[in-house]
Design a protein around this ligand. Sequence first.
Ligand code: ACO
Length: 148
Amino acid sequence: MLPAGYTVRPLEASDHAAYLDTLRVLTTVGDISEADFGELWRYWTRHRDIFHPHVIANADNVVVATGMLLVEKKAIHGCGLVGHIEDIAVAALEQGKKLGLSMIAALAERARGAGCYKVILDCASRNVGFYEKCGFEHLGCEMVKRFH
Ligand code: ACO
């Protein structure tokens, strides 16, 4: 499904600059130093049963797409696991090459492999068609209470 030379792989600490740049197509990222990013990456790595940050890298191993899977251990459904997909972003010049589709497929497969009984996500209405093409169905409403 991926174009030749592109790979899906876990995020590495050395992806700092390209990872943050790619996320800027999604939202405000802020000024995150290499040291702060390293600390964040180590935090995610210490909690690797919960955080599964992934990227798609091009043939030069530069990040061009991002995606995060969080695995939540619940009480309901017999202490079941639910996967949450977050922070999907494809660099502007790389959109339309099925990278988003490949990232979602990889994260959903990882959620299945981790034992999740379902995987869910929130998105803007403009992206509903994209997630339907990824095999997701529309269910319920997204709600928010902002603190900042
Ligand atoms: N609405 C409807 N269909 C779409 C959309 C859309 N917004 N975007 C892509 N598609 C379609 C494509 O046409 C393609 O259809 P086809 O298989 O019939 O040819 C299919 O979905 C797969 O498209 P991809 O090439 O995989 O899409 P791309 O790699 O460009 O990634 C994405 C899509 C992630 C929405 C990208 O445009 C992006 O990064 N947008 C900005 C950031 C963003 O909105 N991210 C999602 C946040 S939601 C979250 O993180 C849970």
